[in-house]
Design a protein around this ligand. Structure first.
Ligand SMILES: Cc1cc2nc3c(=O)[nH]c(=O)nc-3n(C[C@H](O)[C@H](O)[C@H](O)COP(=O)(O)OP(=O)(O)OC[C@H]3O[C@@H](n4cnc5c(N)ncnc54)[C@H](O)[C@@H]3O)c2cc1C
Length: 455
């Protein structure tokens, strides 16, 4: 039976971030995911690396400062996967903030970044409309302008994994579901089953780490790991709108009537709109946007861009995800109010469970586990190794100019980038926004020719 020092269950950003840190530190590690890597929450985010300007309202200064530091780090380390964007927070006569309050909030945001953010500004109505011509001019007083990061969330997850797999001590398998975790004298025997042909494999590990995000409360009791539910799952959906649906040169932060925030972020030759926040009442592995949720976002857009010409036919595609928010005793469990802090649980001596937090701070959260595990394995932890750039880039970049796609290139991507299905290829390796089932061609190549590669 093959033996590893650590087995990680769950290949989202937290699992892929952790295997990278452990592998760079020479720990033999196996990562397993039930689907493709990055195919759940870590591809369903608002695709922002950000401090979280709205968390300032809750005085979560520590969380904001840490996230801003991480955002600025990844902007430097992976300029091909993330870029800085200008965001505009419009102020109307009826807005709850006065311009001076907005200015103060934006100053604190920049201050918490140690002024590494590009500097904020408070604009008047005319200056705002120059940048966001579609915005409703009635009662507009101006806007606050600040900067945050935009990221291809699935690709950053994948590239963390590719970087880990360059180390001979790291191994990863997708489309393998962990079905048993048996305690032994010196660790665990972990069994996983192929989603395709149901074949099973059992391996040994000294430690097991669950980075299974929103699926954790359902999974751990099935594996007989002592566990009481810790999550408040919260669903969020997004729309990709056709370019030109809204005339905006920068991103816009819209405050909704129910006191939430909806982002409108031009990127990838289209416009990302999101998000919502509702309880989860569907199968979390196949979570979809509902008509009501789509209409909610379109209504918010109609309120702020009343003269823009868009409707349901302007939607290229939609996607949804589940926030793995952690319950806090004595705190408000109302969805929008639950803190974005993370928690690390140790349900028994050799098991770790990482929950909550934000995509932006994955490196810091997984570092907490790595720095505890290394001494327990008799090794010295080197914290700075994850500050190095990622070494294996995806063959098809998400942003900027793209090379012409050829069959040869597709075959190389399939081989090099751990692709199992057609959807893995088009959605996460080529970052296409059209739903795979709607594609007639894949960047110029007939879809049947590409699908034939997976038969
Ligand atoms: C709507 C929305 C918007 C967000 N926007 C932002 C944002 O803009 N910026 C930000 O910083 N954060 C954002 N977040 C938060 C961020 O996306 C999550 O915190 C992060 O992606 C969680 O990653 P994860 O690795 O813990 O979970 P996941 O990505 O869900 O990974 C868990 C993995 O576990 C696997 N798994 C489950 N069961 C098994 C099993 N039995 N065997 C093997 N594998 C299994 C799943 O297949 C899955 O791949 C957002 C979240 C949502 C939902």
């Amino acid at each position: 039976m093959k033996q590893y020092e650590v087995v990680i269950v769950g290949g989202g950003i937290n699992g892929c971030g952790l295997i990278r840190d452990l592998a760079l530190n020479g720990v033999s590690t196996l990562l397993i995911d039930k689907g493709d890597f990055a195919s759940q929450t870590s591809q369903g985010s608002s695709k922002m690396l950000h401090g979280g300007i709205r968390y300032l309202e809750n005085f979560d200064f520590g969380l904001v400062a840490e996230a801003l530091e991480e955002k600025n780090l990844w902007l430097k380390l992976t300029p091909h996967l993330c870029f800085e964007r200008d965001f505009y927070l419009p102020l109307y006569k009826y807005s709850k903030y006065a311009p001076w309050m907005l200015g103060l909030g934006l100053f604190i945001y920049d201050f918490l970044s140690h002024f590494h953010n590009r500097p904020f500004a408070v604009l008047n109505a005319q200056e705002t409309l120059k940048k966001i011509p579609s915005l409703d001019p009635k009662d507009l007083k101006g806007s606050g302008k600040y900067y945050d990061g935009v990221v291809d969330d699935a690709k950053l997850t994948l590239e963390c994994l590719y970087d880990a797999l360059l180390e001979p001590c790291a191994e990863a398998h997708s489309y393998q579901e962990v079905t048993a975790c048996l305690k032994t004298n010196d660790g665990y025997e972990i069994t996983y089953q192929s989603v395709k042909d149901k074949s099973q494999k059992t391996v040994k590990a000294k430690f097991v780490v669950f980075t299974t995000g929103p699926f954790t409360d359902q999974l751990l009791p099935k594996l007989n790991i002592p566990w009481k539910p810790q999550l408040i799952p919260s669903k969020g959906i997004h729309l990709w709108l056709k370019k030109g649906s809204i005339d905006a040169q920068g991103s816009v932060v819209l405050t909704t009537k129910d006191n939430r925030v909806v982002f409108v972020i031009p990127q990838r030759d289209s416009i990302l709109v999101g998000t919502t926040e509702t309880p989860v009442d569907q199968d979390m592995f196949n979570i979809q946007a509902t008509k009501t949720e789509i209409q909610y976002l379109l209504n918010v857009l109609k309120q702020y861009f009343p003269n823009s010409d868009f409707d349901e036919s302007s939607i290229i595609s939609t996607f949804a995800g589940v926030r793995p928010l952690v319950k806090e005793e004595g705190h408000n469990d109302a969805l929008g109010k639950v803190s974005r802090f993370h928690k690390i649980f140790r349900p028994d001596h050799r098991t770790y469970v990482l929950l909550g937090g934000k995509y932006t701070t994955f490196r810091r959260m997984t570092q907490e586990i790595a720095q505890e595990l290394l001494p327990r394995l008799g090794k010295r932890y080197q914290p700075n190794l994850t500050l190095n750039p990622l070494r294996q880039k995806s063959l098809m970049p998400t942003f900027g100019e793209k090379p012409a796609l050829t069959m040869g290139m597709i075959k190389q991507i399939i081989k090099q980038e751990h692709v199992t299905t057609f959807e893995d290829l088009v959605k996460r390796r080529l970052s296409l926004l059209d739903e795979p089932q709607h594609l007639k061609n894949v960047m110029g190549i007939p879809v049947d020719e590409v699908k034939a590669l997976f038969k």
